[in-house]
Design a protein around this ligand. Structure first.
Ligand code: FES
Ligand code: MG
Length: 574
């Protein structure tokens, strides 16, 4: 047990004017004096919001964390931070990930806290909270809000986001009624929780568990399953103990933890978005993680879960089948898990998962008969992406893995939308669609638009996939032969900005290369003539974001937020 004095005592342990101040106002809720005399103060960092439907049940989860903290002899204090609703925020929730991370970091440091429980669910809330907490570096446990129950529409399981496009087409064509359309909306989202496919939210909840920041089973328990509340309560109990052990986040988020997370990402067939988020988290905590680590560590990892968007099942099924511990156990048995990596429950990860049992081999496959054999991310480089680009080969068409084609260029997302249905668009299935100005600075916020719609003229010919290249991200529920996260981005003057209609591009995934067949002299001439797009804003947060955001290969954090400052006690406020 640590002898270290509690940080909160720098507020509450004072017997002077300031001690009066710090205690007295809190007593307006009826806290007795003994609450202030050496109980670990646990912040419950809540992203509850009605504007973020995925996190709208978080008041309940917070209550269960609170019970646990009280049971363990701690002093729980819940506080709000910005919440980021993936489906409600425009132009993209990603624009605000770093803002929320700042909110979290500063709130933790400014307040009399000894430890924190992070409540997170919808896509960007998870990285935002872990990034902020990493820079403050107190003892920290992550509690995910859990996935929704599987969508059910007319007897069929439907996943978050699936069928939206096909149903909107059916509506347009008059094949279904507006009432049926509305019925499907309600059928897809029928309980509290975040998207229940293996999209970004479920990917990040799984990585919370793989990183050791969450308790075992964190990833998959449905939001409305009573065991989600139990997990929250156990996190509340455990965080009090972690304060006593001085088990700060930087003791959990070690390099081995990130390597485990990267392999887990492959084994769950997770979202490409996790690449950007893991890089950002690592750079906050001071672990030297690079894009190449994803390529290297992901090689040879099989995808073991048959979940939508690429498979058949949903997170609820994943939980009933045994959940992430089964996947981690399998990785461990293959020598693909750092078994000694620490976790928040105080045990090495292997001890948590070694006895995990699988109850449904259709949902979680064996290593010997995997759902998909090659599951990692491929990191591409070349004169079109000097600082890297990402493709998920398991979501791409095998016949396009080595391909040279003619570029059809869209200067902006608006240009793409204006031209995609144009009958006169000069394009065929062997072409390569190139979308510019959708990166961190460009959109702004690096929106999920990289899985460009196939132009109408090609759809009619039956084309369902083709190579698409951009500096954007794509939704964790999307797939296709899509090259994403091209760095540097077009709006920052990356070579992507210089591509013109008719240029030839070669994608060679096996060689990890992305090459633009334009010589250096011509590129230099184009660069001299290049006019950067007007900045997205001249004031406010968006200006700060555009001025300071880093490129995707560095995690798209703000440059001055990289690293950590810990949690020194600030000056008195009066
Ligand atoms: Fe929130 Fe998908 S919209 S997790
Ligand atoms: Mg999204």
């Amino acid at each position: 047990m640590s002898e270290k004095p509690l940080r909160s005592q720098a507020w509450f342990g004072r017997q002077d004017k300031m001690g009066f101040y710090y205690r007295s106002f809190l007593k307006n809720r009826g806290f007795p004096q003994d609450q202030f005399e050496g109980k670990p103060v646990i912040g419950i960092c809540n992203t509850w919001s009605e504007l973020n439907p995925c996190n709208s049940h978080f008041r309940t989860i917070a209550e269960h964390v609170r019970y646990g903290v009280l049971e363990a002899g701690g002093f729980p204090l819940e506080f709000p931070v910005s919440s980021l609703g993936e489906v409600t925020m425009r132009p993209t929730a990603m624009l605000y990930r770093n803002l929320a991370a700042m909110d979290v970091e500063e709130a933790i440091r400014a307040h009399p806290l000894d430890g924190v429980v992070l409540l997170m669910g919808c896509d960007k809330t998870t990285p935002a909270l872990i990034m902020g907490a990493a820079s403050a570096d107190l003892p920290t446990i992550g509690v995910s809000g859990g996935p929704q129950l599987r969508g059910m529409y007319r007897g069929q399981a439907i996943g978050s986001g699936t069928n939206i496009i096909s149903m909107s087409e059916q509506l347009r064509a008059g094949e279904i009624t507006l009432a049926e359309f509305h019925e499907a909306e309600a059928a897809m989202n029928r309980s509290s929780g975040h998207c229940m496919t293996m999209g970004t939210a479920s990917t990040m909840a799984s990585l919370v568990e793989a990183l050791g920041v969450g308790l075992p089973e964190n990833a998959a328990i449905p939001a409305v399953d009573a065991r989600r509340n139990e997990l929250a309560r156990m996190a509340g109990r455990r965080i009090v103990q972690m304060v006593r052990e001085d088990l700060v986040l930087s003791k959990i988020l070690v390099r081995e933890a990130f390597e485990n997370a990267i392999r887990t990402l492959g084994a769950i067939g997770g979202s490409t978005n996790a690449v950007v988020h893991l890089l950002a988290i690592a750079r906050r905590i001071g672990v030297d993680l690079t894009l190449d680590d994803f390529d290297r560590l992901g090689r040879g990892v099989h995808c073991l879960v048959d979940l939508m968007p690429s498979g058949r099942f949903l997170m609820e099924d994943f939980y009933y089948a045994g959940g992430l511990p089964v996947v981690l156990r399998t990785l461990g048995e293959q020598g693909l898990l750092h078994r000694d990596a620490p976790t928040v429950n105080g045990k090495p990860i292997w001890e948590n998962v070694r006895g995990a049992e699988c109850w449904n081999r259709e949902v979680i496959t064996t290593w010997e008969a995997p759902f998909k054999p090659e599951a990692g991310m491929a990191i591409l480089r070349g004169n079109l992406a000097p600082d890297g680009a990402v493709i998920k080969p398991s979501a791409a068409a095998p016949e396009l893995m080595r391909h040279t084609g003619r570029a059809v260029v869209f200067e902006s997302i608006e240009a793409l939308h204006a031209l995609k249905d144009d009958e006169a668009l000069d394009i065929d299935a062997s072409c390569i669609m190139v979308l510019k100005n959708c990166g961190p600075k460009g959109y702004p916020g690096m929106a999920e638009v990289g899985n460009m719609p196939i132009p109408k003229v090609l759809l009619r010919q039956g084309v369902r996939d083709m190579i698409r290249i951009s500096d954007a991200r794509m939704s964790g529920t999307a797939y296709g032969t899509v090259v994403l996260h091209v760095a540097p981005e077009a709006a920052a003057g990356g070579p992507l900005a210089l591509v013109r209609n008719g240029d030839r591009i070669t994608l060679d995934v096996a060689a990890r290369s992305l090459h633009l067949h334009v010589d250096d002299a011509e590129l230099a001439a184009r660069r001299a003539a290049w006019v950067p797009p007007a900045p997205a804003a001249t004031r406010g947060y968006v200006k700060m974001y555009v001025d300071h955001v880093q490129q995707a290969n560095e995690g798209a954090d703000l440059d001055f937020l990289v690293g950590r400052s810990g949690s020194p006690v600030p000056r008195d406020n009066h």
